[in-house]
Ligand binder design. Structure first.
Ligand code: AMP
Length: 422
């Protein structure tokens, strides 16, 4: 084993998976840019205070943050998610409203690493600031839905909930606190601790021991003010109009403290339940104010790239592309021809590769075969003397010699373009 390996919870993404990864981000960009979103590239670290606004009761803040003091004595943290930094950017730049942004990039959480749960993981997502219209909630959710559809996924499910207005949510939290405290003896040790920090998160417990109590717990629906109930009903009507199927789950509280009203999660139907959340989001109408800006409504979502690709694997969708060049240049005259021919082909938009170190014909043809190229372009002594090249369709290790043609160098590019487009 080499002395140095990737640190736990991190991975190298190699080709062709890296190509697939980049294409996934392109598909996302296409979907959201057609809806008027512009890209934001925020820094990967911020003042720790930006993330502390996510809430003291949030695991990713209290337990999982990569924070440190930098050489200038500042308290810094690697971002554990994107929303806080984006809202910080909003407060800093005060863009024209509504502000619709999308992003892609890595986040860092000190989690117990396992399949689908990493310490460095990527997300793509959007945020919209400045609009309280519930139709926006439906539109935003539908964008994520469209993205999954364009990847060819068919087993992703959408679950939605509303956490009500802040006052509704606060009353509900107190009702949960009272209920769970009254039955604390029946709760698991872990949930008893969670109860102290955030009664809402007890609803997230997957422990069997907690299930009966959770099933009998108060339901958020009974705490909605008229405004919150209306808002939620309009979101759902919007989703129906857009033919986005959903399931209402009143127990969906999500990990972050800042959510208000609409919350939602996308579940990968082909993944294990411990890491089947492929994405999620919601409204965070109080966050801009918390970060020192004007009271501004906000909504967004983040979709896990790593997990979405695991769902693609499991569903056999959005496969990794085959990595091959169009043409492999085989030069047995010393290598200078390969040097200039590959450059010429690439300059004309034809992907090309070659072998190095003056290898023999047989070895170069083997490399041509491995490269997956459709054509080998052969330059031997005769070709060099006549100003021609031999174009051989590849088919097995030596190519199809009978179908090969000899082409004047001056005709090479148009001939190749014709051959490659057929
Ligand atoms: P969250 O901000 O926790 O709601 O995360 C949004 C999405 O990011 C989740 O639905 C996951 O797909 C993904 N995600 C969150 N944490 C991790 C992690 N540790 N490893 C991989 N993906 C993650």
């Amino acid at each position: 084993m080499p002395e140095y390996q990737t640190s736990p919870g991190t991975r190298d993404i190699l080709a062709p998976d890296s190509t697939r990864w980049r294409r996934l981000v392109s598909v996302f960009a296409e979907v959201v840019e057609s809806a008027g979103f512009g890209q934001i590239i925020p820094p990967m670290f911020e003042d720790l205070g930006v993330f502390l606004r996510l809430g003291e009761a949030t695991d990713i803040v209290t337990k999982e943050m990569y924070d440190f003091e930098d050489k200038g004595g500042r308290r810094i943290a690697l971002r554990p998610e994107m929303t806080a930094g984006v809202v910080r950017a909003f407060v800093q730049h005060r863009p024209v409203l509504p502000w619709k942004v999308w992003y892609a990039g890595p986040n860092f959480r000190y989690e117990k690493a396992q399949q689908g749960r990493y310490r460095q993981f990527d997300q793509v997502g959007v945020e919209v600031l400045g609009v309280d219209d519930p139709h926006l909630d439906a539109e935003v959710i539908a964008l994520a839905w469209e993205f999954y559809a364009r990847l060819g996924l068919s087993q992703v499910r959408l679950i939605v909930n509303s956490l009500g207005e802040p006052a509704d949510r606060a009353a509900y939290v107190e009702a949960l606190r009272a209920y769970f405290s009254q039955h604390a003896d029946a709760l698991s040790v872990e949930s008893k601790q969670t109860l102290q920090r955030n009664p809402l998160r007890v609803l997230d417990s997957k422990r069997e021991q907690d299930a009966p109590l959770i099933a009998g717990a108060p339901v958020i629906t009974d705490f909605y003010s008229a405004g919150a109930a209306d808002h939620f009903a309009t979101v759902l009507a919007g989703l129906e109009r857009l033919a986005v199927p959903f399931e209402i789950r009143p127990g969906l509280v999500r990990g972050l403290d800042y959510y208000r009203k609409t919350t939602f999660e996308f579940i990968g139907g082909a993944l294990e339940s411990s890491q089947n959340a492929v994405g999620g989001g919601g409204r965070y109408d109080g966050l801009a104010e918390d970060l020192g800006g004007p009271a501004t409504p906000g909504i967004g979502f983040a979709l896990g790239v790593d997990r979405t690709l695991l769902e693609c694997d499991a569903e056999g969708a959005f496969r990794a592309p085959s990595e091959s060049v169009a043409v492999f240049v085989v030069d047995v005259t010393g290598g200078l021809e390969a040097l200039s021919l590959t450059a010429e082909l690439r300059a004309h938009g034809i992907s090309a590769d070659r072998a190095y170190e003056g290898r023999g014909m047989k070895s170069q043809m083997k490399a041509a075969d491995r490269s997956g190229a459709r054509f080998a372009l052969i330059v031997g002594g005769d070709e060099l003397a006549n100003g021609t090249v031999t174009l051989r369709p590849m088919l097995g290790a030596v190519g199809d010699e009978r179908a090969q043609t000899t082409v004047p160098r001056t005709e090479l590019i148009p001939t190749l373009k014709r051959a490659l487009s057929s």
